[in-house]
Design a protein around this ligand. Sequence first.
Ligand SMILES: Cc1cc2nc3c(=O)[nH]c(=O)nc-3n(C[C@H](O)[C@H](O)[C@H](O)COP(=O)(O)OP(=O)(O)OC[C@H]3O[C@@H](n4cnc5c(N)ncnc54)[C@H](O)[C@@H]3O)c2cc1C
Length: 395
Amino acid sequence: MRDVVVVGAGIVGLATAKALQDRDLAVTVVEKEPEVGTHQTGHNSGVLHSGLYYRPGSLKARLCVDGRRRMIEFCTDHDIPVDVSGKVVVAIRDSELPLLDELERRGRENGLAGLRRLDQSGLAEVEPHAVGLAALHVPEAGVVDFSLVARRLAAVLQAGGAEILTGRAVVRIRPGPGDVRVDTTAGPVTARAVVNCAGLHADRVARSAGVDPPVRIVPFRGDYYRLEPGADHLVRALIYPVPDPRFPFLGVHFTRRIDGTVEVGPNAVLAFGREHYRGTAPHLGDVADVFRYPGFWRIVRRYWRTGAAEMWRSASRHTYAAAARSLVPAVRARDLQRAGSGVRAQAVTPDGSLVDDFVVVETDGAVHVLNAPSPAATASLAIGDHVADLVTRRI
Ligand SMILES: Cc1cc2nc3c(=O)[nH]c(=O)nc-3n(C[C@H](O)[C@H](O)[C@H](O)COP(=O)(O)OP(=O)(O)OC[C@H]3O[C@@H](n4cnc5c(N)ncnc54)[C@H](O)[C@@H]3O)c2cc1C
């Protein structure tokens, strides 16, 4: 019998497995895909978030700040390139200035170093092609390749004796008196405890364990464009808008990735399937599941105008370019080429609230990570430690 089975080999599952292994526990990770890190972990912006946006005292604020520091240490120890390039958050309208003040206040309370308010000429020194009324410079933000981090975590785990069983899905979890049986498509694995890090499927895996999760995962896709090489000089590092405080998404932004390419996006539209990437077929079962959830219809009633505009922007390169131009006016529609997409696992409550903070639920013999959207890749090593502490208290 193993000590702990971790469901899901995304960056959160792998980081949790590593934290458990560091506590001398025998760990098995079960992953339905043939490789590790293929869903959210392999389809994101690769931004090392600083902890600017999150409510002071929240799990997101604490684990992001700690996780960022630890991610940089891990990457340094394992020769993974990291660029702490800094970012600017740019206010383009008067109405955004109080929101920028609030971000600055949160950032200071969360302990971020070097935050600096910029006027237009200060902004031009940091990002010569960006325009705005005012900006916040956040020097601790940066970029990394989280897929590479996930692969390296898997190698470290295996070298330390952990099992990573890929290509088999967990179909049911049966907690017993003293152990937990995890049924997979390739037979059962038994352990003293189980951790559910199944990302886009975390609520379903929780239900398979007999838990009634307090939230439902609603998948929100983000589509990216890439700046043509001739236009990528327009962005030095990371340029963000002031986010709409009603949503946990950051708005279409510019990211100079660790490989040097510049991406624009992601937006946020309802995905027609939990793994419905751009160019793949919708999943009717997943769509029906979302449509049956009362929380989804409450979101639609409240935000249908924003949702429709985002869908339109997703379909039209010209509209996407217009959003990009509000931050960097020299961007033209022909500078944008379609790039990848990612699907966010966003937890929604039955009353239609998009859950902002990370959600971790403990039950007999199991810990379920039910909401780990951005910045969970940045925070993964700290989330792993947090979850491992909960598990070790139980076994
Ligand atoms: C578009 C986008 C942009 C983002 N940008 C950033 C960013 O810049 N910075 C940042 O910090 N975060 C970012 N994030 C968030 C970040 O990518 C996620 O928070 C993080 O990757 C979550 O990791 P995870 O391990 O929980 O999920 P995942 O990476 O999705 O892993 C879950 C794993 O569980 C497996 N699984 C599911 N069901 C089963 C089952 N039944 N049996 C076995 N295995 C199963 C899946 O196959 C998958 O491999 C972004 C996310 C998206 C989508």
